[in-house]
Design a protein around this ligand. Structure first.
Ligand SMILES: *Cc1c(COP(=O)(O)O)cnc(C)c1O
Length: 384
């Protein structure tokens, strides 16, 4: 059926009508007072969302552009960096760091398992000359649905080193209570098509004062993503280059919606969606990929044994117009992933679970009574 498509993937995420309407407006000049006022409000909203007093800079880029900006502005070729990797996006950090000639030491964990904070402590303690310039990691590893223990890892950085913390928060920002200032995070990257509830095209980088000091010493080449330019213009409610004006309209609308809902309610909603989804998956007799203790609030990965993950995805799409995500790299065909990030309500999870139960019946999955998933999700919603 036309126009019934439902995105249950971890980006792009569903877009509310208020943001869609804002996208459809005529662009205005980006050097006008009207746009300047909008930038001022957007920047204040971004600081609120990041729980920071520091600059949050907006780039015309996807999340990876924000990650790259987070490297090239604060480091120099040959710098020693510790990179945590337990999935596709951790691997991407490694690739970006290597592409720029950094001296990369990887702390890895099996895909589906969280990074071990103790491994960071050991590596930082062993660095007696304090040469490690940055610790780089992904908070919510979207490829596996694992949330890393950022608080514990950052505590080890603070206790044992002078390194910057550079964090991919693309699927935790706007879903999880990420207190950027309280944790003392230095560089935090994110992207518009995830928790922000708007289409792809904007990347965001939050930068601490300590990171700005490092910016002065950093010698990697930078031009379009030179964050100093963005900082200078942000102070005047402006941008260094022509911004995607209509995406700013949408961002302005989405941030207002988030402020109306409130941070606590947003985090509670994501936590509830996560618990309902996981309870339903278990009740349907499907194995979860990744433990409850390290489950991402944005995405739930499922590793079915009795049916093929790609068959589930194909039927969900064809029969119900619901898009689920597949596995990436070696997990292709092994898992499917249910996104519950951004503009997602209890009703959406019930819809997806109901459709999934119907697909499981079709595929001949035994091991669960149809309806058990819905009942489990409903029990979570009743209790919260
Ligand atoms: C989506 C995502 C990104 C950014 O990917 P882009 O396609 O460049 O927007 C980075 N990290 C994580 C964890 C993500 O989920």
């Amino acid at each position: 059926m036309d126009d019934k498509a439902m995105l249950m993937i971890p980006g792009p995420t569903p877009v509310p009508e208020r943001a869609l309407t804002a996208l459809g407006k005529h662009p205005i000049g980006h050097r006008t007072g009207e746009f300047s006022a909008l930038i001022g409000e957007v920047n204040a909203g971004l600081q609120w969302l990041h729980q920071t007093k520091n600059d949050v800079l907006t780039l015309a880029a996807s999340g990876t552009g924000a990650m790259e900006a987070g490297i090239i502005n604060f480091l120099s070729a040959g710098d020693r960096v510790l990179v945590g990797s337990n999935g596709k996006f951790g691997d991407r950090w490694v690739q970006v760091a290597q592409a720029y000639g950094l001296n990369v030491e990887v702390i890895d964990a099996e895909w589906g398992k969280p990074l071990d904070p103790e491994a960071f402590r050991a590596a930082l303690e062993a660095d007696t000359n304090k040469e490690i310039a940055a610790v780089i990691l992904t908070h919510s590893e979207t490829s596996t649905g694992v949330l890393n223990d950022l608080g514990a890892i950052v505590a080890h950085i603070k206790a044992h080193s002078k390194a910057l913390s550079i964090v991919d928060a693309v699927t935790s920002l706007g879903a999880y209570d990420l207190k950027v200032d309280e944790l003392g995070l230095d560089v935090v990257g994110s992207g518009s098509q995830k928790g922000y509830m708007i289409p792809p095209g904007l990347g965001f980088v939050a930068v601490s004062n300590k990171a700005w000091d490092a910016y002065e010493r950093a010698t990697l080449p930078r031009f379009y993503f030179d964050l100093g330019k963005y900082r200078k213009t942000a102070a005047k409610n402006s941008t260094p280059f022509t911004p995607p004006i209509n995406l700013y309209f949408a961002l302005h609308a989405a941030l207002q919606m988030m402020q109306d809902e409130g941070l606590e309610a947003i985090f509670a909603r994501h936590d509830r969606l996560k618990r309902a989804t996981r309870a339903a998956v278990k009740a349907m007799g499907l194995p979860l990929f990744g433990a409850d203790e390290c489950a991402s609030p944005a995405i739930t990965a499922v590793a079915p044994a009795t049916v093929k993950a790609e068959d589930v995805r194909a039927r969900m799409n064809k029969k119900f117009d619901i898009a689920l995500a597949g596995g990436q790299d070696h997990l292709k065909g092994q898992i499917f992933r249910i996104g519950h990030l951004g503009f997602v309500a209890d009703r959406d999870v019930l819809t997806a679970i109901g459709a999934l139960e119907s697909v499981l019946v079709e595929l001949g999955h035994d091991g669960a009574t149809p309806g058990a998933g819905i009942a489990a999700a409903a029990a979570v919603f009743k209790a919260s």
